[in-house]
Design a protein around this ligand. Structure first.
Ligand code: ADP
Ligand code: MG
Length: 321
């Protein structure tokens, strides 16, 4: 009976980290000021995201679980049919391939909880819960062997989840985030931070005295962020973070541009710590290639590459490097 949902789920949710990304983005969209994430077994056992956002009334919870139901208006950046097709699909997809508990309460209303097990509603009723929303996803793909067999070890699924939390937390220094894994607190950042402090808090505290701020505007493109000095030799390969119009992306072109900017300044075996925020008109970029992936396509890739290389070089130059 739930076959169609299960097939579609694979499109949006391919591993714990992709489910986690959808849940945290929903918390951010709900206006949360605090997001608490707890994982067990790299998220394969359990993913829990609790927020203090606007919450959902009982009827909203039912709607949220219906395919293509979204309470959100498309923003101006959304131009592709592909993206619209995936709108309102995350929660129903996840609930079709896991056991999902949704607890929610809008301010000034009563709370509600619903439990869905691989598409079947097990419980639906009033519950004494704090304002906001808490969603628990257990045993992802337990009943979908074809997908479960593509999951990697809890250790590498955990690494992917941690990466998602870091990237989303870096994009929103105003929001407080915590992450627990198998009962241990592994990440804490307070709300109300500025970007440099948040980047240092999520990568390396020593970055505060060993980095330069990037802040450059050229025509309609702006480049901001933080980059470690070439003398800072504690960087690890993972600590290059890129954001296009506020969204975390992975892009070989941009990563290559960062390496290019540091070429000859940094020993071969060393890595820069870089968090770059690129903002440009939506017509110049398509970030919506696929919801579960973080690819971007630039209209003028050479221009973007050039801007990153010169933006980084300029900032490092001014700092005497
Ligand atoms: P989308 O985010 O594209 O609308 P989702 O399937 O991710 O689709 O979520 C469906 C709906 O559920 C959202 O539009 C929103 O109304 C509601 N929702 C989901 N998570 C939360 C949350 N943490 N707080 C408040 N509302 C939420
Ligand atoms: Mg969503």
């Amino acid at each position: 009976p739930h076959l169609v949902n299960r097939i579609a789920a694979g499109e949006v949710v391919e591993r714990p980290a992709s489910a986690l990304k959808e849940l945290i983005e929903n918390s951010i969209d709900a206006g949360a000021t605090r997001v608490a994430v707890a994982l067990a077994l790299g998220g394969v056992g359990r993913i829990e995201v609790a927020d203090d956002g606007c919450g959902m009334a009982p009827e909203d919870i039912a709607l949220a679980l219906e395919r293509h139901c979204t309470s959100k208006l498309p923003d101006e950046a959304i131009e592709s049919v592909v993206t619209l097709g995936f709108r309102g699909e995350a929660l129903p997809s996840i609930a079709s391939v896991a056991r999902v508990t949704i607890e929610s309460r809008p301010a000034g209303r009563d709370g509600w909880s619903r439990v869905i097990d691989n598409g079947d509603v097990l419980r639906d009723g009033p519950a004494a819960v704090p304002p906001g929303t808490r969603i628990v996803v257990e045993d992802l793909f337990a009943r979908v062997p074809a997908r479960r067999k593509f999951l990697r070890s809890p250790r590498s699924e955990y690494a992917a989840c941690l990466d998602i939390v870091r990237r989303l937390a870096m994009a929103r220094p105003d929001i407080a985030f915590t992450l627990e894994h198998d009962g241990r607190r592994v990440l804490t950042v307070p709300g109300g931070e500025e970007r440099p402090g948040r980047v240092a808090g999520l990568t390396d505290r020593a970055l505060a005295e060993n980095s330069v701020a990037i802040d450059w505007v050229r025509d309609t493109v702006s480049l901001g962020g933080v980059a470690s000095l070439p003398t800072f030799n504690r960087g690890i390969a993972d600590h290059q973070y890129l954001f296009v119009n506020g969204r975390p992306v992975r892009d070989r072109l941009l990563m290559g541009a960062i390496r290019g900017a540091y070429a000859e300044m940094l020993p071969r075996d060393r890595h820069a710590v870089v968090a770059l925020f690129l903002d440009l008109p939506p017509s110049e970029v398509d970030v919506n290639v696929h919801p579960a992936k973080t690819e971007v396509r630039f209209r003028d890739p050479a221009l973007i590459r050039g801007m990153i290389v010169s933006g980084l070089r300029r900032a490092l130059d001014e700092a005497g490097h």
